[in-house]
Design a protein around this ligand. Structure first.
Ligand code: 8GP
Length: 797
C-alpha cells in the first residue's frame, strides 16, 4: 500500500512543505504570517500527505471491482480536522516539532481551526465516527451529504437565556476539500408528469445544480482513505442577464438566490421535524445527486444495471434520505427501462435504513399535496411501491395515509434491512413504531449497537490516559480496542491507580485552564467533575439534574459542616431554537448557577458551570476531565447515546437509567461500576397509565416538593414567580418524561456517588474498570457488524 511506499514524513520535510505552502499557496512571507496563514499552510502540507493513499485506495477499489458503501446522511458532525489527520497519519510529534522550528505552537494553531459543525447531535457525530472507521477498516465507502454554508448555529447566553447566531465555518477557506466543478447534476423540482407511449415523463418546473466538494477521510496509519462528498446547490443559470439589462438588478440575482437557499443552512432541530418545504427540497437535493453519482460510477465501470446490488450498498442515516428508494426506482424505470417489479427489487437489495429515534415528533412525514407538488413523479412511484407492498404482504400499513407521506414507512418498505442503534432500542423498534411492518417482514429489523472512534475519543483527546495505557498494556489497543480489557489485571495495583488519577488530574487542570481563559471562571479541580453534555431535551432530563443540584444545595445549607463531597456540575448543550421548554431549562440552569455560585456557605462545595456553545472540540476537552457521566434519560427514550460511551471510555463512571446503550455499557463495565437508578422502559410505560402519577410523586417527595416550591417562589429568578411556570406546570400536570417518579431514587443514588468518591481506591478502580470494559464500543466493531450483516462488504486490505 502507498502509505508504506510514501517517503516518511520528517519534521524537516514537513517544515519545508509548510514554508512552501505559506509562500506559494498563501502568498505570505513568514515574517508577516498570521495564525490563520500558519494554520492554512500546515493543513495544506498535511492534506498533501493524504492524497497518495487516497488515490491508491480509489485505484484499488476500481481494480478489484469492490463493492462500495454509500452512507447517505443529512448530517456529518466532523469537528476539527488537523488533529484527526496528524493522529491518523501518526505525524503528531513531527507536526509539533515542525511548527516549533517555525516559531509556532502546534496546539495554538490546532485550536484556531473552526469546527465543521454540519450536524445537530448524535446522528451527525455517529456519521463522522463511521467515516473514520470505514477508512481505518479499508472498506471502500463514500459519505454523501450537504455542504451547508452555515453549520449548526452558535449559542450565546444573554441574561442566562439562549440566543442564536449564524455559524460561518466557510467564511475562511475550508482547505481540506477539493472542489469538483465537473461533477455536477441537475436536480429537478415541481412541474407535472405526462404519459407518453406507455412511459411516464416528468416535466419539472425548477432545476438547480448539485456540485461536488470532496474531502479525503484517511484511516489509521494512512493505509486507506475514502471520500466525503458534499453537495453544494448552485444555479443552473448563473445570472439573469435580461433582468439586469432591464435595470432589475435584484431580479437578475434571483436564480442564484433560489438555488443557494437549498444548501445554505443546516436545519437546527434535533429530534423535532420541521415540515418546511425547504427541508424536503434539501433532502431530495442531496439524495438525488448521490444516487445519480453512484449510478454514473457504477455504469462507468462497464456493469449491467441488474448487477447493481452486487456493487452498491446504500445506508440511509435515518429517514432524511428515504427518498433514495423512489429516486432509484424512478431512474431504473425511466432511464434504464427496468420493469416496475425489477426496479423495486433491485433498489431494495441496495438499500438499508437506520432508525435513530422513537420520538413521534421526529418521524418525518410530508403533507401529500406538498409532496406531490414538489416531487410529482416520486408521488406516483410511492403509490406504486405501496400497492405492491400491500398486495404482497397483506399488511394494512400504508406509506401514504390521512393525506401524509410517511418517510419511516417508506424507508422500511424499501430497505432490505432496518436497524436500531442499541439492543434495547432495536427491540422497541420492533414492538412500537414498526410493530406492524415487523409482522409483515419479520427478518428485516436487526440491531447494530452504536460505537465511537477511539482515535478521536481516546487516543487524540486524552494524551495523558493514552500514555498510561501504552505504558501498562502496550499499543495493540490502537487497532483493537478490546485489548483494553488487559487493564483489568492492573485495577488494584496502587501505582497504576496513582498514575490513573494523575492522568485524570492533568485533564481536569487542562479543562480548568481552558475555562479560565475562555470565561474567566475558576474551577476547583479537587472537586468531582459531574458532567452532562448533549442536546437539551425533556427526555434527556437536564432539568432533573438541575433540580437535584438545588436539592443538594439545600442539604448542604441545612448542614454545612457535614462531610460533603465537593462537586462541580457541568452542563453543555444547545436547544433547538424553536423548542421553548428546552430553552426554559437552559435559563433555569443559568439562573441556578448564578444563585449557587454566589452563596458563601456552599461556594467551596458546589459549583454549577455551563459554558456556552457546546461543540465537538469542547467535548474533546470536557470528556477526558469528567469524573461522573450523567446519562439520565427516561428509559425507552434515548435510542443509544454515544456521549455515554465517550465518557465511560475516558474513565468516567455513569450515573444512569436502563436506557439505550447504557444497558450494554453496564454489562460491559460491570454492574458494580455503574450507578443505576430509575424506572425501566416497561415500568415507565405502565406508570404513564396511572392517573395523576406526577402530582402524587411530587407530594410524596419532601425533597422535590421543596425544590419546586423554591422555584415557584422565585428564589432563582429574583422573585419572579412565573419565570418557570412552564416547567412547573409541565411537571405537575403531564410529566410525560417521569422526572417526578425517578427523582428520589436519582437523589439517593447521587449521595451514594458522593460516598464512593471519597473512597479513593474504590473510585479509581471503578473509573479504570470503565476504561477497561469499553473496548467493545469502538465504531470499528459497529462498522464490522454493518459490513457483515447488512452491506455484504469487508476490508479490502
Ligand atoms: C440520536 C439519538 O437520540 C441518540 O440516542 C443516538 O445515539 C444517536 O442518534 C446516534 O444513533 N438521534 C438523533 O440525533 C436524531 O434522531 N436526530 C434527527 C432528528 C434529527
Amino acid at each position: 500500500m502507498t502509505a508504506q511506499n510514501q517517503t516518511p514524513v520528517t519534521a524537516e520535510s514537513l517544515q519545508s512543505e509548510i514554508t512552501r505552502h505559506l509562500k506559494l499557496s498563501l502568498g505570505k512571507d513568514p515574517k508577516h504570517a498570521s495564525l490563520y496563514d500558519w494554520r492554512m499552510s500546515l493543513s495544506l502540507a498535511l492534506r498533501d500527505q493524504v492524497v497518495e493513499p487516497w488515490f491508491a485506495s480509489t485505484r484499488q477499489t476500481y481494480e478489484g471491482k469492490h463493492k462500495r458503501v454509500y452512507y447517505l446522511s443529512m448530517e456529518f458532525l466532523i469537528g476539527r480536522l488537523i488533529e484527526d489527520v496528524t493522529i491518523n497519519l501518526d505525524v503528531e510529534g513531527v507536526a509539533v516539532e515542525a511548527m516549533s522550528a517555525l516559531g509556532q505552537d502546534y496546539y495554538t494553531v490546532v485550536a484556531n481551526e473552526p469546527d465543521a459543525a454540519l450536524g445537530n447531535g448524535g446522528l451527525g457525530r455517529l456519521a463522522a465516527c463511521f467515516m473514520d472507521s470505514l477508512a481505518t477498516l479499508a472498506i471502500p465507502a463514500y459519505g454523501y451529504g450537504i455542504r451547508y454554508e452555515h453549520g449548526l448555529f452558535e449559542q450565546h447566553f444573554e441574561n442566562g437565556q439562549q440566543t442564536e447566531t449564524a455559524e460561518g465555518w466557510l467564511a475562511q477557506r475550508h482547505v481540506w476539500e477539493f472542489e469538483r466543478p465537473e461533477v455536477a447534476y441537475n436536480i429537478h423540482f415541481g412541474g407535472y408528469v405526462s404519459d407518453e407511449g406507455g412511459k411516464a415523463h416528468w416535466h419539472p418546473a425548477e432545476t438547480v445544480l448539485a456540485s461536488a466538494y470532496d474531502t479525503p477521510v484517511v484511516g489509521w496509519k494512512g493505509k486507506w482513505a475514502n471520500t466525503l462528498r458534499l453537495w453544494a446547490a448552485k444555479p443552473v443559470k448563473l445570472f439573469d442577464l435580461d433582468s439586469f439589462n432591464r435595470g432589475d438588478y435584484v431580479g437578475a440575482n434571483a436564480p442564484e438566490r433560489l438555488a443557494r437557499t437549498i444548501s445554505r443552512v443546516l436545519y437546527p432541530d434535533d429530534t423535532t421535524q420541521d415540515g418546511k418545504e425547504l427541508r424536503l427540497k434539501q433532502e431530495y437535493f442531496f439524495t438525488s445527486a448521490s444516487i445519480k453519482d453512484l449510478l454514473r460510477r457504477f455504469l462507468s465501470e462497464g456493469n449491467k444495471i441488474e448487477d447493481l446490488p452486487n456493487h452498491v450498498a446504500i445506508q440511509l442515516n435515518d429517514t432524511h434520505p428515504a427518498i433514495a428508494g423512489p429516486e432509484l426506482v424512478r431512474l431504473l424505470i425511466d432511464k434504464h427501462d427496468l420493469s416496475e417489479e425489477a426496479a423495486i427489487d433491485t433498489a431494495r437489495q441496495c438499500l438499508a435504513y437506520t432508525n435513530h429515534t422513537l420520538l413521534p415528533e421526529a418521524l418525518e412525514s410530508w403533507p401529500e399535496d406538498l409532496f406531490a407538488r414538489i416531487l410529482p413523479r416520486h408521488h406516483r412511484i410511492i403509490q406504486m411501491i405501496q400497492e405492491r407492498h400491500l398486495q404482497q404482504t397483506g399488511s394494512h400499513v400504508r406509506i401514504i395515509e390521512h393525506g401524509n407521506v410517511k418517510m419511516g414507512e417508506l424507508a422500511f418498505v424499501m430497505a432490505h434491512h432496518v436497524n436500531g442503534v442499541s439492543a434495547l432500542h432495536s427491540e422497541l423498534v420492533k414492538e412500537t413504531v414498526f410493530s406492524d411492518l415487523h409482522a409483515a417482514y419479520p427478518d428485516r429489523i436487526l440491531n447494530q449497537t452504536n460505537g465511537i472512534t477511539p482515535r478521536r475519543w481516546l487516543y487524540s483527546c486524552n494524551p495523558a490516559l493514552r500514555g498510561l495505557i501504552n505504558d501498562t498494556i502496550g499499543t495493540a489497543w490502537h487497532t483493537d480496542l478490546e485489548q483494553l480489557q488487559d487493564l483489568n489485571a492492573h485495577l488494584d495495583d496502587a501505582s497504576f491507580q496513582q498514575a490513573f488519577r494523575a492522568a485524570k488530574a492533568t485533564n481536569k487542570d487542562r479543562m480548568a485552564k481552558w475555562l479560565k481563559d475562555r470565561n474567566g471562571i475558576t474551577l476547583d479541580t479537587s472537586a468531582m467533575f459531574d458532567i452532562q453534555i448533549k442536546r437539551i431535551h425533556e427526555y434527556k432530563r437536564q432539568h432533573m439534574n438541575i433540580l437535584e443540584t438545588i436539592a443538594l444545595w439545600n442539604e448542604i445549607r441545612d448542614n454545612p459542616t457535614a462531610n460533603w463531597t465537593p462537586r462541580v456540575k457541568i452542563f453543555g448543550g444547545k436547544a433547538a431554537p424553536g423548542y421553548a421548554l428546552a430553552k426554559s431549562i437552559i435559563h433555569l440552569i443559568n439562573d441556578v448557577a448564578a444563585t449557587i455560585n454566589n452563596d458563601p456557605v456552599t461556594k467551596d462545595l458546589l459549583q454549577v458551570v455551563y459554558p456556552e456553545n457546546y461543540n465537538v472540540s469542547m467535548a474533546e476537552i470536557l470528556i477526558p476531565a469528567s469524573d461522573l457521566s450523567e446519562q439520565i434519560s427516561t428509559a425507552g427514550k434515548e435510542a443509544s447515546g454515544t456521549g455515554n460511551m465517550k465518557l465511560s471510555l475516558n474513565g468516567s463512571p455513569t450515573i444512569g437509567t436502563l436506557d439505550g446503550a447504557n444497558v450494554e455499557i453496564r454489562e460491559h463495565v460491570g454492574a458494580e461500576n455503574f450507578f443505576l437508578f430509575g424506572l425501566t422502559a416497561q415500568e415507565a410505560d405502565a406508570k404513564r397509565g396511572e392517573h395523576g402519577y406526577s402530582r402524587r410523586a411530587i407530594e410524596s417527595s419532601p425533597v422535590l416538593s421543596r425544590v419546586l416550591g423554591q422555584i415557584a417562589a422565585g428564589v432563582f429568578s429574583a422573585g419572579d414567580r412565573y419565570r418557570y411556570s412552564d416547567i412547573l406546570h409541565n411537571l405537575y400536570e403531564h410529566d410525560y418524561f417521569l422526572l417526578s417518579c425517578d427523582f428520589d431514587e436519582y437523589f439517593a443514588k447521587q449521595r451514594e456517588v458522593d460516598a464512593v468518591y471519597q473512597d479513593v481506591p474504590r473510585w479509581t478502580r471503578m473509573a479504570a474498570a470503565n476504561t477497561a470494559g469499553m473496548g467493545w464500543f469502538s465504531s470499528d466493531r459497529t462498522i464490522r457488524g454493518y459490513a457483515k450483516d447488512i452491506w455484504g462488504t469487508a476490508s479490502v486490505i
